[in-house]
Design a protein around this ligand. Structure first.
Ligand code: FAD
Length: 489
């Protein structure tokens, strides 16, 4: 079976890796991966400059989603996995130009601890009262999708949307809480509202259950390993950056099967399979793994199925900009504890978030250096994409100075290095109605034998989700059974 993969981001690479494994194990499969750019990895793009790991795209993955760490271990990178420095974990929300720490006990936007919520400067007294009264919220039938902002506002009020939901979601999705789907982005909260009414009561019940399960699994691990099961970090990264994962996958692939700088320009459905036009030639394949962004997939698939093309084209994407700044720690003042800060849109700034990268993961920067990773853009500030690099660096320096204080980073302190990256339409947005759209997409895809859609537009935007979908699509097409652990997830 000949399989074409369109797109060499992490989803397409994970698919290629799985097909290469099947081929090496004797399965009758061949694959060709087409990538538009000269470089593989898509949004994964790291560089080591003067001893500092600089991530232009993702810097890590959620530990609780195992697909990425599993793949790293399979590739021999187990020893390179490093945990986030959770002992120093503290995140701030910029509130009227000051940094206010997220209150302790906040779980998925839901406050679960009375004292920290009562004492925080993040919310007004009115919002705090509302949060206390939320415990009495009656159950509500799950009758269709709504925005995250609508769900949070109904329970905790507009201030919780502005000061909590909006910055947290724009920090993760570059998105807009008034557009994102509650059903897709926060399915657990929707379920809790149906079952408990109050999200706080639902969250406390879930937490008790999770603690009991974690305790029994730690005891199980301790029995198996003869040690206390170590607490897992929230994020996991690679010591040398996400580029290590890309490099390790590419090293396993058959070089003749990978075509970089070769954009696919046309797709045709034939009686036997698929005809792919790329690099001035056309080739026939039995199956097709579409791993390009959905808006490109939509354009390419429109001649095959116009309805599918329009559904895919309708998935919104956000653009963002990352600005990495490296400073000599000796030239800046003391930083507040923690991993960094998020900036609500109501603050009217260009920055969405800023990570103190040298704090989040230890040992990835030479001692004495501080690495700041700022995010700008998102759904609300697409205008920033047309600014030049110097202007963007200046905006970040000014806003950091205003937020952290001139004593921490004075105007005269120049960064030793500044790196700007624009990510145009790179992050899919799960807008209201996403789940229903996915059901319609699945029905159309089911009528096109040999077609699989993978990537961040469908069932999770994180790196682990893209890996899981890519590998699953490849296994299905190559007839390789799903491993038991993966099938359960
Ligand atoms: C700035 C930023 C920070 C992020 N941070 C995190 C994080 O910390 N943790 C996390 O888990 N996730 C994070 N994400 C999300 C995650 O990185 C992405 O969702 C994921 O990498 C997307 O992978 P993909 O393979 O679906 O798409 P992409 O990486 O977009 O790859 C698609 C590929 O298709 C190629 N292509 C397009 N058109 C064609 C064509 N016609 N022919 C051939 N090839 C084509 C593109 O060139 C590209 O290489 C971040 C994303 C961004 C942008």
């Amino acid at each position: 079976m000949r399989i074409a993969i369109i797109g060499g981001g992490i989803a397409g690479l994970a698919a290629a890796y799985e097909l290469e494994k099947a081929r090496a194990a004797g399965a009758a499969v061949e694959y060709t991966l087409f990538e538009e750019r000269p470089r593989l990895g898509g949004s994964l793009d790291s560089e080591i400059v003067d001893g500092a790991v600089l991530e232009r795209g993702p810097d890590s993955f959620l530990t609780e989603k195992p697909a990425a760490a599993e793949l790293c271990r399979e590739l021999g990178l187990g020893g390179e996995l490093i945990p986030s420095n959770d002992a120093a974990r503290k995140t701030y929300i910029v509130t009227r130009n000051r940094l206010v720490a997220l209150p302790d006990g906040l779980m998925f936007l839901v406050p679960t601890k009375l004292v920290p919520t009562a004492l925080t400067r993040l919310f007004s007294v009115r919002t705090k009262m509302r949060m206390a009264l939320e415990l009495l919220h009656p159950p509500r039938p799950n009758d269709g999708d709504e925005s995250v902002a609508a769900l949070v506002k109904r329970h905790f009020g507009q201030e919780a949307v502005d000061r909590l939901a909006d910055p947290l979601l724009s920090g993760i999705y570059g998105g807009d809480a008034t557009q994102l789907s509650a059903q897709t982005v926060l399915p657990r909260l929707v379920e809790m509202e149906t079952n408990y009414g109050s999200l706080t009561r639902g969250m406390l019940a879930a937490h008790r259950k999770m603690r009991a399960m974690a305790k029994s699994s730690r005891q199980q691990e301790a029995r198996e390993q003869g040690s206390e099961g170590a607490a897992r970090s929230i994020f996991t990264a690679l010591r040398g950056g996400m580029g290590q994962l890309v490099g390790a996958i590419v090293a396993r692939l058959d070089a003749a099967s990978v075509r970089t700088a070769t954009p696919v320009s046309g797709i045709e459905k034939t009686a036997q399979g698929w005809r792919i036009a790329a690099g001035g030639a056309s080739e026939n394949f039995d199956a097709l793994i579409m791993a390009a962004p959905a808006w490109i997939a939509g354009e390419l698939l429109t001649p095959v199925d116009a309805v599918l093309g329009s559904e895919l084209g309708g998935i919104p994407y956000s653009s963002s900009i990352t600005v990495n700044l490296v400073y000599d720690e000796g030239k800046i003042g003391p930083l507040p504890e923690g991993f960094g800060f998020l900036v609500p849109a109501v603050e009217g700034r260009a920055m969405l978030a800023c990570t103190f990268a040298h704090r989040k993961f230890l040992g990835r920067t030479r001692p004495g250096k501080a690495v700041f990773r700022a995010f700008l853009g998102g759904m609300k500030r697409t205008d920033l994409l047309s600014e030049n690099d110097e202007a963007l660096v200046e905006v970040v320096r000014r806003e950091m100075r205003e937020i952290l204080g001139a004593k921490t980073i004075g105007a005269e302190v120049e960064p030793e290095l500044a790196q700007v990256t624009r990510w145009r339409r790179a992050m899919a947005q799960y807008a209201v109605g996403h789940k229903a759209r996915m059901q319609r997409v699945s029905a159309r895809v089911a009528a096109l034998p040999g077609l699989r859609l993978v990537g961040n537009a469908y069932d999770g935007i994180g790196v682990p989700d893209c890996i899981r979908l890519g590998r699953r699509a490849a296994r299905e097409l190559a007839g390789v059974p799903e491993p038991v652990a993966a099938a359960k997830r």
